[in-house]
Every structure is written in structure tokens, then in C-alpha cells.
Design a protein around this ligand. Sequence first.
Ligand SMILES: Cc1ncc(COP(=O)(O)O)c(C=O)c1O
Length: 378
Amino acid sequence: MLRQRAYNLRWATVPEDVIPLTAADPDFPCAPEIAEAITSFVSGRYLCYGPPQGLPDFKKTVANFFTGKRNVPAKPEYTMPVDSAAFGIYLTCKAFLNAGDEAIIFDPVDFLFRYSVEAVGATAIPFAIPPGTGQIDIEAFERLISPRTRLICLCNPLNPTGKVFSADELMLIGELACRYNLMILSDEIWSDIIFEPAAYTSIASLGDEIRNRTILVTGYSKSYGLAGLRIGTVAAFTQQVFDRVYDASLHYSTIHGANVLGQIAVVAALTRCDYWLKGFVTHLQRMRDITVKQLNNIPGISCIAPDGCYVAFANIKGTGKTSTEMQQLLFNDARVAIVPGLKQWFGDGAEGYIRLCFATSEPILTEALSRITDTLTR
Ligand SMILES: Cc1ncc(COP(=O)(O)O)c(C=O)c1O
């Protein structure tokens, strides 16, 4: 099925003998409860327009999730489904950035941040957080703030390095946002994928002043394998902020909007699938350990164990190869596809790294890792 259905650099887009450890999309079917909820809704056969600000059940369920699981007091009326976390990032940039403005993004970080900032005519200012960084250097961060800065883009946990930000670090960033009157985009799509003993804090849990200038974006592609449904959430914490996001969304015009099946799926995921997510994260923690151990056994490669996200971001500088050369070698020789650390994917700070997704089964993962090891130790 994955060979027929998994696009975006994965099984449906690579030759039959290639194992794709590329896009961060799990190789697992979604929880049965989600399939049941969608099937039951579809069997009613009315697939009408939904409300532009989202189904009441979705808004209530997601606000309850933020309040109960993230210690973020969220209101259903300011919690809105969008057709993906990716769109949530773009929408926030559209709502709060004008041409010529600046937004601080992490480096390395998923390409969606730079892409969205630049798509609205603003400039992305990268803040370097190399893999393995402990406490971030908040003074270096502050030096990036200029009179044109409007937005701080957080990605927590940080794809691709797996860093999970401490409450202290988030407080320092939040205080800077308050002092310089900046908005905060907090992308928390990876916040379910945390490996013990790491613990997750949302910046929106750190008091009213920080929360009120935060737009929280999340999605369900990573935790529940729902990428094809294109469903995410944007939450604001004041009427004014919500209004700006809603205006920018064009949902009221029906030009955009989150489809109802995605919303039904998320309600089932958040109310009935805790057990499934727990099992998934337990599996992922084992896959992480296997991946990191095996990569660190290869001469010239070093890889820190990510505290969050199901990707390993391996330093390949010791092999003398560039990220692209390594991608080509692994593709041609090991028949394993990985994502090279190129600016187009993760920013300038990614050169000399490769990213491997380990959200697959143990047999597939160990086969891929042993092929990589054979190619690089021959
Ligand atoms: C940090 C981050 N944000 C957003 C997304 C996109 O998620 P969605 O499928 O909901 O658009 C990804 C997917 O890789 C991601 O890593």
C-alpha cells in the first residue's frame, strides 16, 4: 500500500529496491478508531460545507487538548482547523508580516519557515542552533532583533535536530518577544514525539503576556499518520490576534478551509487514540536508539540522539563527502534514500549533515542501516 500511496519522496516515488528514509511521514497505518470515525461519517453521505471557523466538536476537542495536555488555556472560539500545519505557518506569516519585515527562524530548521516568510515578501533571519546545542545563547539571539523584526518562529521540538527547548530557554525567548513587541509563531507539530527523560513545554504555557502574542500551530501528520488528510490547527489567545489570522485565512470566502473529514479524524485521534500514540512513541524510542547506535559505529559519522522528532540528523563531515555526494552514494550503492542537509531543505547550517527518518518497522530500519554501513565501511 505504501508503494501506491506514500508520495513526497517516499515509497511511491522511489524505485522498488530503494528504502526511503526521507520525508517524516510514518510507515504505519493510522489508528483503527480514526478509520472508523471517518467511515462512519462518510456513511451518513452528507458531505456539506462545514463552518468556516471549524466544526464545534473539533474546536472544543483541540482546545481541551491544549488545556489538558499542554497546560495552555485555549478557547474553542480562537482555535481553528486549517488544511495543514504547513498552511498554518504560511497563514501566520501572511497575517503578521509585510514586505520588508524580518522574522527570526532557526538554522537548521524545516524549509517551511523560510519558504513562508519569503512567500509574503519578508526576510528570514537565521539563528544558528547547531545539532547538540545545549542552552541557546540568548544574547546572540537578541543581537538578531532589528527595528524591522516582527516575528519569532519557533519550531519545538526542532526538526531536523530533535532539540526540545527547556522552559528556561522558552521563557528567555518569550521575554525578548515582550520587550521588543514581537509576535511568536510556535510550531508544535512534533510535540507528541518526545523521548524520555525529555519533557515538553509549550511557550504558550508561560503566562498571559507571552501567550497573548503567540500563535500556536500544530498538525496531525507526525503523531497520527494523517498527512494525506491535510489537517492542522492554528490557535490564538486574543480576539485581535484571532481576527487577523482568520482574515488572512480566507476561510470565510470558501477559497480555503479545512475539510470536514480531517476534522472528524482529529477528534477521534485526540479523544480515543492516546493508547495508540503511546505505543507509537515507545516503538520510536527503540528505533531512535538503534539508528543512533549504528550510525555512530560508522567511521566519519556522528549522530546525537534526538530528544524529540523521529529523524536522526547525522554529521557526515568526517567522511569528507558533501551532503549531496553522500545522498547520491547511499542512493546508488546502498539503495537507501535520505534527505541531504541542503539550504533548500533546512538552511545553511545543515551542510555536512544528512537526515534519516526512523518512523518505520524494525526490519526495514535495520535493513536500511546495514546497507548504509556496508556501503560506508567497504
Ligand atoms: C516542523 C514542521 N512543521 C510543519 C510540518 C508540516 O506538517 P503538515 O503535514 O501538517 O503540513 C512539518 C512536516 O514535516 C514539520 O516538520
